[in-house]
Write a protein that binds this ligand. Structure first.
Ligand code: MCA
Ligand code: AMP
Length: 473
């Protein structure tokens, strides 16, 4: 049987080597494990028995407390991006049927935003000063820990069901690969509504027992000032770190720099090595599978490669006869339990013999090292490490009264990896208005960075838009 999900919280002072007043610092607010456990116990007592709970996932200690409280009580957590507009937030709340929204709002009074007619929800404030001992049983490892909303190529985001057992298995495998222990101080400033920042970046520290410093935003200056041993970043963060050589050099004393969520460009890998003395560890994952492949603390780290499968994971590449690259497929204990309310999409994401289809194109070298070549569909965009469906942004644009047609692509971008570019047929509306419109409906990171106005979208004889024929961004 695997250990309780929140091992080091359940045993403060145990293997983790004792508590300290700054065991966790999130957005400038420090607390001990005991304080977190007490405040989270109060959350657990208030929400126990709820079928599911939404958490407004701003980068705060309240968010961590809310998530831990829900996990103590065995209530599945639906993180809601704090800047999501009405279209995205209503979809998440309706689809997940979350009737409670935990927030750090100090007054606790429901805001108009949260009680709008589309998705009524009761706001439950999280108070860090509250204390309650929680003594409920450890929930079943097969029960759902998280419903994580993630974009597909078309339509609205789908809720990936992630079990407690999958999270525990993934964190244990990562701790092994990265030699991650209670001696570490983990530093990052990633959003708390995705796997990277929340599952690895918060629950990982709580399970392993390491200190956590969440910097609020993942800026080079904040990383440099934090004095950690283990750093997490998406490639955009590492690109910004190497643009700031003083900040980069301040990371020389760290033990391990880890990159993931998108391909780390080889020049950034090399600049990091030159400035910090560290060859970064690169790892690969997906919301639906958690992290599955990684280079190791005690192994080779090669630019352009994500390493070997983590303990318990099996991989294969479904290549056409004679080809070396093909779709990467996976099995293992870290895989999700399907998409909420979407049996067809769930079934479609597996092969007939039960392997998960990642949609990523990869190659496996004879020595077992994996290289991610790209995605099978260009309609799934990765920008700043965020996964964004072209269809979701197109639908948001089409909701604007001036827009008649829209096609969205990810264009190569040095800092973001890809940037969202929208091609529209529209009258009487400016680029800035359309960018703001999308930022207001969806999460801010889903906004196009550029809008190109066309007379008509290129289409084939069947009338289907031909994105390959769009002019350069
Ligand atoms: C700009 N802003 C706007 C607008 N334009 N606000 C409203 N309307 C507009 N039109 C504001 C934003 O609110 C924000 O304000 C500021 O401008 C910058 O916005 P943003 O675009 O977010 O900043 P960025 O600098 O482009 O962000 C880069 C970033 C970010 C920090 C690297 O992309 C990031 O955090 N990425 C991490 C994504 C991630 O964690 N992915 C993991 C997925 P303010 O500054 O006040 O907020 S999990 C995954 O992929 C798997 C499992 C894996 O393998 O890990
Ligand atoms: P998400 O569901 O947001 O977790 O995004 C998952 C996707 O991110 C994967 O399907 C890959 O396309 C991409 N990804 C994650 N890590 C890496 C990596 N190290 N190299 C290349 N792509 C990655």
């Amino acid at each position: 049987m695997s250990a309780p999900l929140l091992t080091s919280l359940a045993e403060p002072g145990g293997e983790s080597g004792g508590d300290r007043p700054d065991a966790l610092t999130v957005g400038g607010r420090a607390c001990s494990r005991e304080e977190l456990l007490g405040a989270a116990g109060a959350v657990a007592a208030r929400i126990a028995g709820a079928p599911v709970v939404a958490v407004r996932a701003s980068p705060t200690a309240e968010t961590v407390t809310a998530v831990v409280g829900a996990l103590l009580a065995g209530v599945p957590v639906v993180p809601v991006p704090p800047d999501s507009g009405p279209a995205e937030r209503d979809h998440i709340l309706r689809d997940s049927k979350a009737a409670l929204l935990l927030t750090g709002s100090p007054t606790g009074s429901p805001t108009e935003e949260d009680t709008g007619p589309a998705a009524p929800v009761e706001t439950v404030p999280v108070d860090l000063a509250e204390r309650a001992a929680w003594s409920g049983p450890e929930p079943d490892p097969e029960s759902t820990a998280f419903v994580l909303y993630t974009s597909g190529t078309t339509g609205a985001p789908k809720g990936a069901l992630i079990s407690r057992g999958a999270v525990a298995a993934d964190l244990d495998a990562l701790a092994g690969a990265w030699a991650w222990t209670a001696e570490d101080t983990l530093v990052h400033g990633l959003p708390l509504f995705h796997v990277h920042g929340l599952v690895l970046g918060v629950l990982g520290a709580l399970r392993v027992g390491s200190r956590l410093v969440h910097t609020g935003r993942p800026t080079p200056a904040a990383y440099a000032a934090a004095g950690g041993s283990l750093y997490f970043g998406v490639p955009t963060v590492w690109h910004r770190v190497v643009q700031d050589p003083d900040a980069a050099r301040a990371l020389s004393g760290a033990r391990l720099l880890v990159s993931g969520s998108a391909p780390l460009p080889a020049p950034v890998f090399r600049d990091l090595e030159q400035l910090t003395g560290h060859r970064p560890v690169e790892r690969y994952g997906m919301t639906e599978t958690l992290i599955t492949i990684s280079t190791r603390a005690d192994g080779e780290r090669r630019p352009g490669y994500v390493g070997t499968p983590l303990s318990g994971i099996r991989t294969r590449v479904a290549a056409e006869e004679g080809a070396e690259i093909g779709e990467l497929q996976l099995t293992g204990p870290t895989l999700f339990d399907g998409y909420l309310n979407r049996p067809e999409a769930t079934a479609g994401s597996y092969t007939e013999d039960g392997w998960f289809r990642t949609g990523d194109i990869a190659a496996i070298e004879p020595d077992g090292f994996h290289r991610i070549v790209g995605r099978a569909s260009t309609d799934l965009i990765k920008s700043g490490g965020y996964r964004i469906g072209a269809g979701e942004v197109e639908n948001a644009l089409l909701d604007h009264p001036a827009v008649r047609e829209a096609a969205v692509v990810g264009a190569p971008h040095e800092d973001l990896g890809q940037q969202i570019v929208a091609y529209v047929v529209a009258d009487g509306v400016s680029e800035a208005e359309l960018i703001d419109f999308v930022a207001g409906q969806l999460s801010v990171h889903k906004r196009p960075r550029k809008v190109r106005f066309l007379e008509a979208l290129p289409r084939n004889a069947m009338g289907k838009p031909q994105k390959k024929l769009l002019p350069p961004a």
